[in-house]
Ligand binder design. Sequence first.
Ligand code: TA6
Length: 289
Amino acid sequence: MTLPPSVTLIEEPAGYPILVIEHPAVMGRIALNGAHVTDWIPDGHDPVLYMSAAAVLEPGKPIRGGIPICWPWFGPHPTDSSKPAHGFVRTQMWEVDVARETTAGVDIVLKLSDSAESKALWPHSFSLRLHVHLGASLQVTLQVTNTGSSPWSMTGALHTYLNVEDVTKIAVHGLHGTHYVEGRLSPEKRPQQGTIVIDQEVDRMYISDATVIVHDPLWKRELVIEKAGSLATVVWNPWIEKSKRLADLPDEAYPEFLCIEAANAGEDIITIEPGHEHLLMQRIEVRKL
Ligand code: TA6
């Protein structure tokens, strides 16, 4: 495959392929391990995606930061705790299928399909294509196709880590009037009144298809996060104690990021018939205040 001039494939470290995007409209990086967007810097803006300084960049390991692809299950496996959290595709090596540049930016498509290894974890046939547009906006679409002969069900998420100046000073708009489940506390639905502020560990699954706005007064910007094909929005910050339990996250880093995830999770379980597909999309834009 010939890459356009603004896209280079490097190995950093050796044996760890990364697509580097250097375009007048945008800078970015995508690790082939997990089809993982790790960096997006639209022209005229600061980096938008958070990457842990202690992230592990090794084939077969999940990356702390950027946009992990959680699939075909979100969170712990529903019945088998020996299987990896958030599924297995975030630790598999994907292939580059398409790489194009335009004046607006760069479009990359990465692909992955079932294998003997995946069938040992999940006995179904599938084809995944991750469409990534990097430009003034970042749009990520997971295209999931059932290539088998019987229906199967999936959950998943675009588990996006966003850079913020100070998580205790931001406000999250767009979820007022919805309900959420704070799984670590109890299964019951709780009402969300007003904007969300982060002053403790937050691990909430909102039942919502709405656009969310992260208002960051210190960084003088707003992050506008739209989505499609998703009825669950996960809002996560590990705060102090959980951060200490995450080896690939510095203990004092939790104020620097917030996860806003476009998910199919909780009651939003997707069943796909043979030959059919599901699209899960998230689109981010930056507005200066
Ligand atoms: O999306 C929120 C969440 O499910 C949290 O419960 C937390 O565990 C986070 O994902 C990170 O999961 P990971 O497996 O990447 O450590």
